[in-house]
Design a protein around this ligand. Structure first.
Ligand SMILES: [Zn+2]
Length: 375
């Protein structure tokens, strides 16, 4: 069976049928139409039947339930219910019996006040925003690590599973971090990590079938332990606009070792988006992987990086320019830049030109971080 590309769906959208020719339900059956957040490219409209919506919520509830949050706990969330698919995941918090305090995106004042006064045990946010809040708290003398929050549920972008980045979040919040991942076209929070923190389990088991492919040749790969490739997903029970072998552009690593939580099936860790991937003299480089390598140089670095490809497009000539932000109090010295350069070469097989920049120079995000900027 052939793969489905997002561009193929887009090509079938017309004024008369803005969803695309994969629309399988009658207008009367459709109870909700969400939009993908469109990290890359134009957003798509995602129709759902009542059954589709129910399955989405069940899958999301399983993913968040894997993180061992549940009835009796308070959760503060920073995702906007609004038009986006992530809104459906918020219904999973109800399903789990959590007491939900939605504060929405980009309102740090309200969030901090909610944490301070309502004392939630759990917070749901993007890893970028979680990192931003660690810095914000330090600047505003707010004791985030001593707050009521003991669990962070991060989702929305890669990064929550990078060990150094995660360690920084856990220290700054005094909370354990687990991540979830979905994709708008297929469903929200399809995957969720358990307390063992070693990759995400498929919460949408029975609703979605996962496969792994080589992103270049599109050949199917075995879901072997430590195998890496692009995740391809197939709807099994979706009715309104089902997709078969949909290319997610998410590049993942598989884990198959038994998980102490008892959940079975392969787990995934997201390495990065194929859309962000650069090819530096034949070598695939994910900006999120660059950040992971650089973050290990904490406490000398802040963990913020910006890859600045010299030319537009995917293919780049070395050295790849990378700005690395210093931690407050750290000084720029050539041996640090050299050590980072050497580590990137060793671990990612990429020749980089590392520029150390002063603390606070790189842009912070209250939603999702931009890791690449064309000069
Ligand atoms: Zn587990």
């Amino acid at each position: 069976m052939p793969l489905t590309e997002k561009s193929e769906i887009k090509a079938t959208c017309t004024r008369d049928n803005p969803i695309g020719t994969h629309l399988c339900a009658t207008p009367a059956e459709i109870v909700r139409i969400y939009s993908t957040s469109g990290t890359t490219g134009t957003p798509s409209d995602i129709p759902l039947t009542a059954g589709d919506l129910e399955n989405w919520i069940t899958g999301s509830a399983r993913s968040y339930g894997a993180s061992s949050v549940g009835a009796g706990q308070r959760i503060v969330s920073t995702y906007n219910a609004g038009p986006f698919v992530a809104g459906a995941a918020l219904a999973a918090f109800d399903r789990l019996g959590l007491s939900h305090i939605p504060v929405g995106t980009g309102n740090t004042g309200r969030l901090v006040k909610a944490i301070d006064l309502l004392e939630p045990e759990v917070a749901a946010l993007t890893p970028s925003y979680a990192a931003y809040l660690v810095e914000w708290a330090a600047e505003h003398d707010f004791d985030l690590a001593g707050s009521s929050v003991e669990r962070l549920l991060v989702a929305g972008e890669p990064g929550g599973g990078e060990p150094a980045f995660r360690a920084k979040l856990e220290e700054g919040w005094g909370a354990r971090v687990t991540e979830a991942m979905g994709i708008g076209d297929i469903g929200p929070s399809l995957w969720g990590e358990c307390e063992n923190q070693d990759g995400m389990h498929l919460g949408a088991h029975g609703f979605v079938h996962p496969e792994l492919i080589d992103p270049e040749s599109a050949a199917a790969l075995e879901l072997d332990d430590r195998a890496t490739g692009e995740l391809v997903l197939t709807h099994l029970r979706h009715r309104a606009a089902p997709l078969l072998r949909f290319r997610t552009r998410d590049h993942v690593e598989i884990r198959t070792s038994p998980c102490p939580c008892g959940r079975t099936g392969p787990r995934v860790r997201c390495i990065g988006r194929t859309d962000d991937m650069l090819i530096v003299r034949g070598v695939n480089v994910f900006p999120s992987a660059v950040r992971e390598v650089v973050s290990a140089f904490a406490p000398q670095v802040s963990g913020h990086i910006l890859v600045k490809p010299a030319a537009p497009g995917v293919k780049q000539e070395p050295p790849l320019p990378v700005s690395v932000e210093l931690a407050p109090g750290a000084t720029a010295d050539d041996s640090l830049a050299e050590a980072i350069r050497e580590r990137l070469r060793e671990l990612l097989v990429v020749q980089a030109r590392v520029e150390l920049v002063p603390p606070g120079t790189l842009e912070r995000s209250e939603y999702k971080s931009k890791l690449v900027e064309v000069e």
